[in-house]
Design a protein around this ligand. Structure first.
Ligand SMILES: Cc1ncc(C[n+]2csc(CCOP(=O)(O)OP(=O)(O)O)c2C)c(N)n1
Ligand code: SF4
Ligand SMILES: [Mg+2]
Length: 351
C-alpha cells in the first residue's frame, strides 16, 4: 500500500490547543477512499475530538482490522502508535496493547463486516472484558473493500446496487453491545459532526469499552434507493434520542436544565457528560428501558442515535484482573521477571 504524505505547509492563522498544536497536527496521510465516503467524515470528527481534548499524539494507540473502514487510522494522528491487524482481530491486538500500556488512549476502527461477521467473537468478548478503549464501527451495511456484498448489518428487505434483496436479519451493534453486558453504547451518523465529536470525546474518556456505531454511507456500493444505509435514507429516518454535551473537568456546568430533560454524568477523570434527552422518560442507565426503546423505534424503521446506554460502574479488564496501575514499560525489571525460583514455585502449584 502506498501512502501520500500531506504537504507540511505552515498556516500561521490556525487556532492552537493547550499543547500549542493545530488541527493539522492531528491529521494523517491523504485519504485514498472514494470521494464522499462517510468514513472520511468520521476521520475529520476524530481529528477534531483529539485536538479539542488536547491529547498528546504519542499517547494514543490506534488499531484496526481489514476493510475500507480499517484504513482510517492512517488518515489521523500520524504521530501516534498504530497497528493495522488481521480481518476481525482488532480487539485481540487492542487487548494486548492495553495490557502492556494501560495509560494510553486506545481507539479501534472497524467496519460492520470486520466486526459483525468474521470478528463477531472478538467483538463480543472485548465488550465483556470491558477493555478501556473506544471501539468505532464505520457501518455502511456492506463489505465496501470487496465490492459491496451485504454485511451482517444490512437490514432485511434492503437491496444491493444490482437490486438483489437481502433476506437475512440484521445484527444491531448497539443493542448487541448492551445485551452482552457492555458499559457504553452509542450511535451516530458520519453526516452529523456536531453529534459525533462529543460522542467520540465521551467514548475516549469513558472508563471501559465504548462502542460507537456510526452509520457511514458507502457512496460507491450502497447509496442507492432501496438501501437503508444511504445518505438520503439515514437523513429521513434519523432519530436523535439524546444529545451529549461534554464538559471538561476545569469548566463549571453553568446551564440550567429543566427537570428530567438533562442528566449530568460524572466520569472518573472529573469530566462531565450532560445528556439532554429528547424525552424526559428516556433513561440511558437502564438496560431494560433502552433495549425496549431501541426495539420500539426499530419497528418504525427509525435510526435511534446519541449516547444510548452508559454504566460507569462496571469493572474494566484491568480492574477485574487487579493489574499494576502503571504501564509495564515503567515497571522494574525485577517485578516483571521475578526469577527462576518464583517460576519453579508457580509450576509446583500446578502439579
Ligand atoms: C481472512 C479474510 N477473509 C476475507 C477477507 C476479504 N475482506 C477484506 S475486507 C472485507 C470486508 C470489509 O467490510 P467492512 O468491515 O464492512 O469494511 P468496509 O470496507 O465496508 O468499510 C473482506 C470480506 C480478508 N481480507 N481476510
Ligand atoms: S468502496 Fe465504499 S466504503 Fe470503500 S472507500 Fe469507497 S465509498 Fe468508502
Ligand atoms: Mg462495511
Amino acid at each position: 500500500m502506498t501512502y501520500q504524505a500531506k504537504p507540511t505547509i505552515d498556516f500561521p492563522g490556525l487556532t492552537k490547543n493547550k499543547l500549542g498544536l493545530t488541527l493539522r497536527d492531528y491529521e494523517g496521510v491523504a485519504s485514498t477512499l472514494c470521494a464522499g465516503c462517510g468514513h472520511d467524515s468520521i476521520t475529520a470528527a476524530i481529528v477534531q475530538a483529539f485536538w479539542e481534548l488536547d491529547t498528546r499524539p504519542e499517547e494514543v494507540i490506534k488499531i484496526s482490522g481489514i476493510g475500507c473502514s480499517s484504513k482510517t487510522p492512517a488518515y489521523f494522528l500520524s504521530g501516534s502508535h498504530g497497528f493495522n491487524s488481521v480481518h476481525g482481530r482488532m480487539p485481540s491486538i487492542a487487548t494486548g496493547a492495553m495490557a502492556a500500556n494501560r495509560n494510553f488512549y486506545c481507539i479501534g476502527l472497524s467496519g460492520d463486516g470486520d466486526s459483525l461477521s468474521i470478528g463477531m467473537g472478538q467483538f463480543a468478548h472485548v465488550i465483556r472484558r470491558n477493555l478501556n478503549m473506544l471501539y468505532i464501527i464505520e457501518n455502511n451495511g456492506v463489505y465496501g473493500l470487496t465490492k459491496g456484498q451485504f454485511s451482517a448489518a444490512a437490514d432485511p428487505g434492503s437491496t444491493n446496487k444490482k437490486g438483489d434483496v437481502n433476506h437475512l436479519q440484521a445484527i444491531d451493534p448497539v443493542s448487541t453491545a448492551i445485551t452482552l453486558g457492555g458499559s457504553f453504547a452509542a450511535r451516530s451518523f458520519s453526516g452529523d459532526k456536531d453529534q459525533l465529536v462529543p460522542l467520540i470525546k465521551a467514548g475516549l474518556k469513558h472508563r471501559g469499552c465504548a462502542i460507537l456505531d456510526v452509520i457511514s454511507p458507502c457512496v460507491t456500493f450502497n447509496n442507492h434507493a432501496g438501501s437503508t444505509k444511504s445518505y438520503e435514507h439515514v437523513r429521513e429516518f434519523y432519530h436523535p434520542a439524546i444529545h451529549t454535551d461534554f464538559v471538561p473537568p476545569s469548566e463549571e456546568i453553568r446551564a440550567a436544565y429543566a427537570d428530567g430533560e438533562a442528566m449530568p454524568i460524572e466520569l472518573h477523570d472529573g469530566t462531565t457528560l450532560v445528556l439532554k434527552k429528547a424525552h424526559a422518560d428516556y433513561d440511558p442507565t437502564s438496560r431494560q428501558k433502552v433495549l425496549h426503546y431501541l426495539e420500539e423505534h426499530r419497528l418504525k424503521q427509525q435510526i435511534v442515535t446519541g449516547l444510548l446506554y452508559i454504566n460507569e460502574d462496571l469493572p474494566t479488564m484491568h480492574q477485574a484482573n487487579d493489574t499494576v496501575p502503571e504501564a509495564l514499560v515503567h515497571q522494574d525489571y525485577k517485578d516483571l521477571n521475578p526469577g527462576s525460583e518464583a517460576l519453579i514455585k508457580l509450576q509446583e502449584k500446578m502439579r
